[in-house]
Ligand binder design. Structure first.
Ligand code: ZN
Length: 610
């Protein structure tokens, strides 16, 4: 393909993006809006030159680096993975906020990468020798090492994904050029390898390499990317999924999710139904048989047997949920489903939102479910964990699933105060949800034949959803989405109420164990700060795993299935609840808060019935 052709494709793609562009802005004072701002401030504090430092080293030009690299995992063999996340995060935030400081940093990093890219197309934070050895077929492999280096392809995937986001969300054309050259470097190397050697190589964690190659194919139309992407399908784990078999137990969770994202994209470009079936099977097994109450999965980073919900301090790795949300967005685009939206809402509000510290934006790795433990966060300079990387991206993506536009209409999935603007219409969603159950949608501009509106009736809301337009009833539904049959007009006001109630969530593996939710919000009991560590912000993610727990955990004497008979709301503005005397052992009374709001103290999410 000539440079001129590439230019025209790029121009078409970007025009297309622009034409279709719709912007969703979170209300700044809303729950998600405030957390997004905290995440933005954190992102802007990072120094692009420090993030670039590993790239200089990887290319053998360390002396030219303009700053010292960050510590933690950034100097522990996966150097440069944070730069990939940074590019993705800054692009997502750019789409979410149009803050010009982001665009400036984004363009700066991409120009730097372009100037550093090797003539063969390689760009990365580790030596290309690890990959060259793979291409030559002379390499050693283990689950998390290739040539005795920690997950080289995983790092490469993060940089690929960052550049793709810089192009697609950040509208940076240079990123596409860097990406294309890097993609060709991969294709040339992989072409030398036997299928057997590729499968041996893929035993080591390799992120979503299949996915990014399909992304490259979809945009460039170059068949070589599709051929190479299909050679990146890891048959040992993907084949059982392709034949509808659940052999996930014992597998590292977040190694598999990005691989399945590759199958999802393969379905998009090939329409081969086997890929779609495998993806839908996978998400069903993860969501329904391996997730905790907050929507996170995995213990000690691994999938357990279906139906297991064992509590520990190393449950729910945050980056696993980050990728599950990306995957659910793909699957929802094939067919809107309320159960998928319910999973997304649950995981977003109760895991992703809960895993960012609300003042300084520090990010969590595991989310402990063992009663009496506490949240542990990474440092800004010396941690650089995987989940800090995905945690950088998360707040920039809060808005993505509130609305989804399809040809047949506009779907309202999440009840988050926001404004949706397209060239054709502008709608404002006014709500204080989850602190209020009332939702109002105002149609502020409607230029063109308006789409039908579909409003989600969440499965946790007991009563049928009844919707009013300008005060007049316009339909109700018991489950799924309500289609508003009347086209929308400028000036319309649409309103409805959700029914928020206390309910008990049964643990999958223990009939006497349960968690508590108010509507979709997971509640956690406050257990105080007794013998807390001097700081819960640490460089090493396992540092506080063995920290002493002096708290005696009370069991529940009252009926676990009727929480409204032994708990009452304390403060509606904080969604704080209190247990009544006699409900718990030892005459204890506990305060419960939304899990997302509980930080820097011990907590209990799962309760045991006495
Ligand atoms: Zn992680």
């Amino acid at each position: 393909m000539t440079g001129l052709n590439i230019f025209f494709i790029l121009k078409d793609m970007l025009d297309n993006v622009k034409a279709k562009k719709y912007q969703i802005r979170l209300a700044p004072e809303s729950l998600l809006g405030q957390s997004q701002k905290t995440g933005l401030d954190y992102l802007l504090r990072l120094d692009p030159d420090r993030l670039m430092a590993p790239i200089y080293k990887g290319l053998g030009r360390a002396a030219e680096a303009k700053a010292e690299n960050y510590g933690g995992w950034e100097e522990d063999q996966i150097n440069g993975h944070m730069l990939g996340h940074y590019l993705s995060a800054i692009s997502a935030f750019w789409q979410a906020t149009c803050d010009s400081r982001l665009k400036k940093n984004l363009d700066y990093v991409v120009v730097e990468l372009k100037s550093l890219q090797a003539s063969n197309g390689y760009i990365g934070g580790i030596s290309s020798q690890y990959f060259e050895n793979c291409f030559n077929g002379h390499f050693s492999v283990a689950k998390f090492t290739l040539e005795n280096n920690w997950v080289p392809w995983y790092v490469q995937y993060k940089i690929f994904a960052g550049l793709f986001d810089a192009f697609w969300l950040g509208e940076n054309q240079n990123a596409w050029k860097v990406l294309l050259a890097m993609g060709h470097w991969v294709c040339r190397g992989i072409a030398n390898m036997s299928d057997q050697d590729i499968q041996r190589m893929l035993f080591c964690e390799h992120g979503g390499m299949c996915r990014v190659l399909v992304d490259l194919y979809q945009i460039s139309g170059e068949k070589v990317f599709l051929v190479t992407a299909e050679r990146f399908i890891h048959h040992q784990v993907m084949d059982p999924l392709l034949s509808g078999k659940d052999e996930l137990a014992g597998n590292h969770a977040n190694t598999q999710i990005p691989k399945v994202m590759g199958l999802a994209k393969l379905y998009d470009v090939t329409a081969d139904d086997k890929y779609r079936r495998a993806v839908e099977f996978f998400i069903d097994r993860v969501i329904n048989t391996r997730s905790y109450v907050m929507g996170g999965n995995s213990r000690s980073e691994h999938f357990e047997e279906p139906g297991c919900e064992a509590l520990s301090r190393d449950t729910c790795e945050s980056c696993s949920t980050h990728y599950m949300l990306k995957l659910v967005e793909d699957v929802f685009a094939w067919q809107p489903r309320e159960d998928l939206a319910a999973y997304y809402e649950n995981a977003l509000l109760n895991h992703i939102l809960a895993s960012q510290e609300p003042v300084n934006g520090n990010k969590m790795y595991f989310v402990p479910t063992e009663s009496g433990h506490f949240k542990v966060y990474g440092t800004e300079d010396n941690s650089s964990w995987c989940c800090i990387g995905s945690g950088l991206e998360n707040p920039g993506r809060y808005h993505r699933f509130i609305w989804t536009e399809f040809e047949n209409g506009l779907y309202l999935n999440l009840f988050a105060a926001s404004t949706l603007m397209t060239e054709d219409y502008c709608v404002r969603l006014l709500t204080d949800f989850p602190y209020s159950s009332k939702v109002l949608i105002k149609v502020e501009r409607m230029k063109k034949e308006p789409p039908f509106l579909y409003i989600r009736k969440p499965s946790w809301s007991k009563n049928p959803l009844e919707v009013f337009i300008n005060g007049e009833p316009c339909g109700s539904v018991d489950s799924g989405y309500l289609k508003i049959m009347r086209p929308l007009k400028e000036g319309d006001s649409i309103d409805f109420s959700l029914s928020m109630e206390l309910c008990s969530y049964p643990a999958k593996d223990n009939p006497r164990r349960f968690a508590l939710k108010y509507g979709p919000i997971v509640l956690a009991a406050r257990l105080g700060r007794e013998k807390m560590p001097p700081s819960d912000v640490v460089p090493v993610h396992l540092a506080l795993m063995e920290w002493e727990n002096p708290v005696i955990i009370p069991r529940v004497l009252a009926d676990k299935d009727k929480p409204d008979s032994w708990m009452s709301m304390n403060d509606p503005g904080a969604l704080s609840f209190r247990t009544q005397p006699g409900a718990l052992e030892n005459q204890q009374c506990l305060e419960l808060l939304p899990f997302y709001a509980l930080h820097h103290e011990r907590y209990m999410i799962y309760f045991d019935q006495a």
